[in-house]
Design a protein around this ligand. Structure first.
Ligand SMILES: [Zn+2]
Length: 235
């Protein structure tokens, strides 16, 4: 699309995008911009929720369908899965993972990138590997179209030493709830974080937060005024 901007979400598993970024992704799509998603794995080492036992291949196939549903609900315009070892990203060659991510960002000419913070939000080892791989790609200039990098923090995150973009729920809980429900095999971890999915916005879900980690060579720039959108100050 002409004049539209592209935000790339770089994650480890199907559902990482929905947990932390649903309001933001839907807002990007609603405003005519592009949200694109890369997941390193198909999540086939995960749990199966209330679906009973499944082989890894069955779970991978199920999670592919779940992710297809979720990205349609969220308005993600392009999605790629690298099919790397779920739970085993630490064992992958860092250069291979970095090149996959860099290639994805270059092909989509991403303007902005969103990924995990250093603690991976949940501490999951795969999340932390993705965080470091994205840093290497962006800080190393391997995806030259990228102007800004954000770390997706928990909703209550605040900081004095960095800029934090807050995306208000603004009527989008219903979209997030539907996208979460699409990840049916993950319902137990979803309910741990969000409670039983209902029409009321759960506590702590009134906004999503994104810490600005890097902008055109500057690490953790502190802005005089809080940013209003993820596209603020792009060239
Ligand atoms: Zn994950």
């Amino acid at each position: 699309m002409e004049n539209s901007r592209t935000v790339a979400f770089i994650y480890a598993h199907p559902d990482d995008e929905t947990f932390g970024c649903s309001y933001l992704i839907r807002q990007i799509a609603d405003e005519g911009n592009q949200a694109v998603l890369f997941t390193a794995t198909r999540g086939d080492a995960g749990k199966t929720g209330r679906l009973g036992e499944m082989t890894r291949e069955e779970l991978a196939a199920k999670r592919d369908i779940e992710l297809e549903k979720a990205i349609e609900i969220l308005g993600i315009s392009a999605m790629e899965q690298a099919g790397m070892g779920d739970g085993k990203l630490k064992e992958a060659a860092p250069a291979t993972l970095q090149e996959l991510i860099a290639d994805f960002l270059r092909r989509h000419e991403a303007d902005v990138v969103v990924t995990f913070p250093v603690d991976g939000i949940s501490g999951h080892a795969d999340h932390i590997v993705i965080h470091h791989a994205v840093n290497e790609v962006i800080f190393g200039g391997k995806a030259p179209s990228v102007q800004k990098l954000y770390y997706n923090q928990l909703g209550s995150f605040a900081s004095e030493s960095s800029s934090v973009l807050k995306i208000e729920e603004n009527g989008r809980w219903d979209v997030k709830r539907q996208a979460l429900a699409a990840h049916e095999s993950q319902i137990l971890s979803i309910e741990r974080v969000f409670g039983k999915l209902g029409s009321d916005v759960p506590p702590h879900q009134h906004w999503e937060t994104f810490e600005l980690a890097w902008e055109r060579g500057v690490h953790f720039p502190v802005k005089a005024e809080a940013e209003h959108t993820i596209f603020d100050d792009l060239k």
